[in-house]
Design a binder for this molecule. Structure first.
Ligand code: SF4
Length: 366
């Protein structure tokens, strides 16, 4: 995998998917022998991954197994939850304490560390000394929304290596510039993203969207661009991604041909526990849809909702799923399975921006 590429794998066997994508990305070849390796998940709060807030333990487990099978021994799970929650509680709730014992890896809470002050562009920040002492940092963000910064991903995940005092300071500076600058000072070496069921719009979870994917990349700006696209945003809509691009942390130039999909998603949509997702799906007529396809449609519906257009679909519900193969219809259809409809959005699965553009154009025709 090159720096201008993103790799994606779909499915439900999280541990096996993680090992496969690490293998395909040749992660082991990028890490010096005997390196001090840090795994930096997102444990913003002490909440189970099913809520859409935190990184699945199976992703860490798959990565640890992979690294140990490739001879790496010095592995630490490093994180500091947000101000107001205890990282130690989060380690237990998400099951990392069991991983630590099973695989003999350390758990490190950055809230109780020494910090070093580092600066970029006139902004000075306190960064965990343990994080700075690592040879190789693997960031494991969750693909999800955020009430202040719209999305959160690879760039924002690095906030967990700050002191609590610095986290507060970041908020007082408006978050965007310091997040971009932090990544200029200390970019992760590899990003392994959890896109299994991240939240629609809150970093603390509550409205998970089943997306059934894990993705990886070498450039945090490119990874966040992929996250934006998956959620139906432009990367330039998000100031910290725009700034990170401008100061050379990475690039927002993600070309469709540089998204390497290792497989097709064949998992089926499951009932949602989220009232918001259920509301967005009210006008979706799903018959045996693959979950990645359905998730892209839900993200597109969320963006239509932002623009006040969702209600328009009361008139003509959207059809999606393999159950529509060969059927004709006059409703808007999503995916190649609805290609016999009068109109449909092509793709298998079509991507969120494609679905959004199709539905907006469909709506504009009245
Ligand atoms: S177009 Fe049909 S087969 Fe392809 S991802 Fe969507 S539901 Fe699945």
């Amino acid at each position: 995998m090159e720096r201008n590429e993103i790799m994606v794998i779909y499915g439900e066997d999280i541990l096996a998917m993680t090992k496969k994508i690490c293998e395909e990305a040749k992660l082991a070849e990028r890490i010096p022998a005997g390196a001090k390796i840090g795994l930096k998940p997102n444990l913003v709060v002490a909440a189970r991954p099913e809520t859409g807030a935190t990184t699945h333990a199976e992703i860490l487990e798959g990565c640890i197994q992979y690294l140990q099978e490739h001879g790496q021994k010095d592995i630490t799970i490093i994180e500091g939850s947000w101000v107001g929650d205890q990282t130690s509680r989060a380690f237990k709730v998400v099951g990392y304490d069991k991983l630590s014992r099973k695989y003999n890896v350390s758990l490190f809470d950055t809230k109780y560390d020494k910090y070093e002050r580092r600066s970029y562009g006139g902004v000075t920040m306190e960064i965990s000394k343990t994080a700075l002492d690592l040879d190789f940092l693997i960031s494991m963000p969750v693909l999800k929304g955020h009430c202040q910064t719209i999305v959160t991903g690879a760039l924002k995940n690095m906030k967990g290596i700050l002191s609590d005092r610095e986290k507060r300071h970041f908020h007082s500076m408006g978050l965007h510039k310091p997040i971009a600058y932090l990544n200029k000072i200390y970019p992760a070496h590899f990003i392994l993203g959890d896109g299994i069921c991240g939240d629609l719009d809150f970093e603390e979870g509550g409205n998970p969207v089943q997306m059934n994917r894990i993705f990886c990349g070498l450039d945090p700006v490119l990874v966040d661009t992929y996250i934006c696209q998956t959620m139906g945003y432009e990367p330039t809509d998000i100031p910290y991604i725009r700034i990170a691009n401008e100061i050379g942390v990475g690039s927002i130039d993600l070309k469709p041909e540089n998204i390497i999909e290792l497989n097709k998603d064949t998992s089926k949509v499951k009932p949602t526990s989220s009232r918001k997702v259920a509301r967005l799906a009210k006008n979706v007529r799903e018959k045996d849809a693959c979950s990645a396809c359905y998730a892209n449609l839900i993200q597109a519906c969320a963006r239509l909702d932002d623009r006040g257009l969702l209600g328009w679909l009361n008139k003509t519900p959207i059809c999606i799923g393999q159950g529509y193969r060969g059927e004709s219809g006059t409703n808007p259809g999503i995916g190649n399975c609805t290609r016999a409809f009068d109109t449909h959005c092509a793709g298998c699965p079509p991507k969120t921006p494609e679905i959004l553009a199709y539905l907006e154009e469909y709506i504009s025709r009245g």
